[in-house]
Ligand binder design. Sequence first.
Ligand code: N01
Length: 556
Amino acid sequence: MFDAEPLDVVAIGAGFAGLYMVYRLREQGFSVHGFERGDGVGGTWYWNRYPGARCDSEIMFYSFSFLPELEQEWPLTERYPGQPDILRYLEEVASRLDLRKDFTFGAEVTAIEFDEAADRWTLRTAQGHLATARYVVTAVGCLSAANQPGFPGADAFQGLSLHTGNWPREPVDFTGKRVAVIGTGASGIQAIPVIAGQAAHLTVFQRTAQFTIPAENGPLDEQFVALWKRNYPEWRRRARHSAAGFPYTPSITSALEVSEAERRAAFEAAWGAGGFTFLSGTFRDLALDEEANKTAADFVRAKIAEIVHDPDVADMLKPRDFPIGTKRLPLDTNYYETFNRQNVSLVDLRRTPVEEITPAGIRTTAGHHDLDVIVYATGFDALTGPLEALGIRGRGGQALRDAWREGPQTYLGVAVPGFPNLFTITGPGSPSVLSNMPVSIEQHVEWIGDCLAWLRGHGGEVIEATGQAAAGWTDHVQQVASVTLHPKAATWYMGANIPGKPRVFLPYIGGVSNYRDHCAAVAANGYGGFAVFPAPAPRPVGKGDDGTRPGDGRAA
Ligand code: N01
C-alpha cells in the first residue's frame, strides 16, 4: 500500500522497465514506489490484447537476463511469444520478486512537478494519489499513448470502437460481425488475419501499404531449447553487444556486390526462415543505400504479386513510397494471403479517403461501409507522447511539452536539461524501439540504479543533464540517423504520424552496443555532462562508496 511518506524514488509504469527498476532500487536500499495506470502489471502486454498480438522478438531473448532461475524454468514453446504468454511471464516476475506491494495500480499519473526550494518532485494521479520523491523514473514505454485519429463523427458510431493499443480485458468475439480495421502497421498486420478468420466480413482501410515478412512462427524443438538454455549467458552477452539487442551476426556483404541470382537466393532463404534477419542478416547496406534497399523492396513486391490472386488488390498492397525498413518492418502470419479470402476487402484511403464516421459505419469518398465494429490500428504518439502526457513540469514550472516544442532534447535519452532528478527509461534519443526492448531496458535500469548509488555515495542530491551535453547528444542522434535512409520516410520514428509533431528522428540508431559503451564511459567519468549538487568532492575515478563501479553493476 502507498502510505504517502516522502520517497527516494517514484517510478511510473509496471511493464518490463518499471518492474525491474522498482526491484533494483528496492534491493539497493532506496525507498521506492511505482504507479501504474493499468489494474495489473504488464505495460505494453497489459494494453495490447488485440487478436494476434505477439512479440516480433523471438522468445529466447524477449525476457530478463537478471533472473537466471526463471530463465531456465520458463517454457520456451513457440518461436515468438504471444501477448498472453508475455503477460503471464511478467506476472510471474512480479510474484517471484514480490513486487505488487510496491506498486499502486489503477493510478494514472497526470502531474509531476519539481519543487526547486526542496529539490523534490510532487506527483499526482487522476485518482487522487499524492506522492513526493527526490527522484522520478519514467518507465511508461515508447508506444503507450494511443493515436486516435479525429475522424468527423467518430463519437457517434453506434457499434463497437476499439483501439489495438487499448484493448479490453475480455476477448472480443467478431463472429458474424462486419468489421473494419483502419491501419496496416505492425498491429493491424497481426490482427487482420485473425479477425478475418472470425468476422462475417472484414474491410481493411489502408492509407499506406506496408512491407511485411513472414514470421514463420511455430513450436520450438526441445533439443534447440535445451541447447539455448545451456548457453544463455553467452547469448545474453552477444545481445548486449550487438546493433539491435539480438544475438545474431549481421551480414558484411553489400547487396550490390553479388549477382542477381545470389541476391535472390539470400532474400528467398531469409523469407523462408522468417524474422528480422531478412534485413540485417542478408546484406549490410539495405538501411543505408537506396539502390541496395530497392533490391529488397522489389523482392517483397514480387512476393505480394505471387501471393495475392487479384492483381488490383496486389497492386494496392505494394508499398512504393518509402524504403523497406524505414517504417518498422512487421512480421506476419498469412497477412498478404488474407486478401485472397472471400470475406475480406481492401479500401485504399489514398484513392478514396474517409469523409466521416457515421452512426452505422464509415463513409469514404466512394461510398458507405455498414459496420458493427471499427478497430483503430492507428498506432501511437511514439516516445514523446507517453512522457508529455504525464504533465511533467521542471525548473521554473516549465512543461516538458513546451521544452520539447521543437523536438525532444535529451542527454543519452535518459535525462533532460531543466528537469533535474528525472530519468526516462528508453526515452527519445536512446536505442529503445530500434532494439530488442528488454535488452535496452535492462541497460537503462542498471545505469540509473548505478547512478543513484553513486550519488548517494558521493553526497549528491540533485543531478541534471547540462544543456550543452543534451544539445550535443541530440545533434549526434540526428547525425547518425542522417547517414541512413530513415529521414527519407514519413514514419512514427520521425514523428510524422501525429499532426503538428516536430519532424526529428526520435530513437538512437547508433546501435545498442555503442550506446552501452557511451553510457558506461559517461558514468566512469563521474557522470560527465551532468551537473551534480552538492558537487562531489574530487576522488579517484572508479570506486563508488558502495563498492560498485559506476556503469558496471548488475542486479544478480
Ligand atoms: O502503428 P503504426 P502500429 N487514417 O503507426 C494508419 C510496435 N509493435 O500500432 O502509414 C488512416 O505502425 C497508418 O497509416 P500511415 C512496432 O514497433 C510491435 O501498427 O501513417 N490511417 C498505419 O498504417 C510498431 O511499429 C509489435 O499512412 C491511419 C497505421 O495506421 C509500433 O508498435 C506488434 C491514420 C498505424 O501503424 C506501432 O505499430 C505491434 C488515419 N488518420 C506493434 N492514422 C510486436 O512486436 C494512422 N493510420 C509485438
